[in-house]
Design a binder for this molecule. Structure first.
Ligand code: HEC
Ligand code: HEC
Length: 208
């Protein structure tokens, strides 16, 4: 009987530890494009022929060298013609592919081994939230870990200031309610509630 009680207490302690460990996740060292690049590598089916491991796995080969920009662009466009961000016009389509090349390249060739491991280990809601943030161009106005522009405030440690998930979602829905002059787009109607929730989950990992 005592033994059972001990086991129960022990499992409870392990669970509490695991949960507090999960709560401590931070991505404030990662550029949004590094996380998005990982998503693209999977979504664009690069994994059909390639592996992220340093060694060959079965039929698939690793991708250690970019060779050069022109070669990489050509290879990605021929092997994966899938353009994932929504294209609103023909001209834009090409720009979106360029954006995808930047993210793929940032993840594959500018990230350290530790950063890659960190990205791969992220919870799926956080990874998807970051990918949605990348698709909706948050870094067109916000800086995160040295990447992006500074039209709006830097978001690298935004969770230390804005740690409230509900506030983050409200602000995404309609920024004008908090900053009447805001150039930030209202995402209500463009993104689902679930998608805004995932972006908020990602933002909450941006802290010291
Ligand atoms: C249908 C299979 C296929 C798909 C899909 C594919 N590749 Fe490749 N990739 C290859 C082959 C084959 C080579 C070797 C080509 C050569 O040696 O000229 C290669 C080479 C590469 C290299 C150069 C590796 C080196 O060390 O020289 C990179 C980088 C690369 N691919 C990235 C990607 C990315 C990113 C994607 C997804 C957008 C992708 N590939 C999709 C087949 C594929
Ligand atoms: C066109 C520029 C623009 C875009 C795009 C944009 N924002 Fe903003 N954002 C701003 C500005 C400017 C502010 C400063 C407050 C204000 O005026 O709304 C802001 C404020 C914020 C804040 C509050 C920051 C703080 O320190 O109080 C958060 C969080 C935020 N944005 C997240 C996002 C996310 C996530 C995205 C992408 C889904 C995004 N923003 C896209 C311009 C933008």
């Amino acid at each position: 009987m005592k033994r059972v009680l001990f086991l129960l207490l022990f499992s409870a302690a392990v669970l509490v530890l695991a949960m507090s460990e999960g709560a401590k996740v931070t991505t404030s060292n990662l550029r949004l494009t590094q996380i998005a690049g990982h998503e693209l590598f999977v979504l664009k089916d690069c994994t059909q022929c390639h592996t992220l491991a340093a060694k060959t796995e079965g039929e698939r080969t690793p991708v250690p060298n970019k060779r050069d920009d022109a070669w990489f662009k050509e290879h990605v466009s021929t092997e994966s013609t899938l353009v994932l961000a929504e294209a609103k016009s023909k001209g834009k389509k090409r720009r979106i592919l360029k954006k995808e090349l930047v993210a793929l390249s940032d993840f594959l060739f500018e990230s350290s081994v530790n950063e890659k491991t960190q990205v791969k280990a992220l919870a799926s809601n956080v990874r998807q939230g970051a990918y949605l943030g990348y698709q909706n161009n948050c870094i067109g106005c916000h800086k995160i870990a040295g990447g992006g522009k500074e039209i709006g405030p830097e978001l690298t440690h935004v969770a230390d200031k804005r740690g409230d998930r509900k506030w983050l979602i409200k602000n995404l829905k309609n920024p004008l309610q908090f900053a009447p002059e805001s150039p930030m787009p209202a995402f209500e109607g463009k993104l689902s509630k679930e998608e805004m929730g995932k972006i908020a989950d990602y933002l909450l990992t941006l802290r010291k």
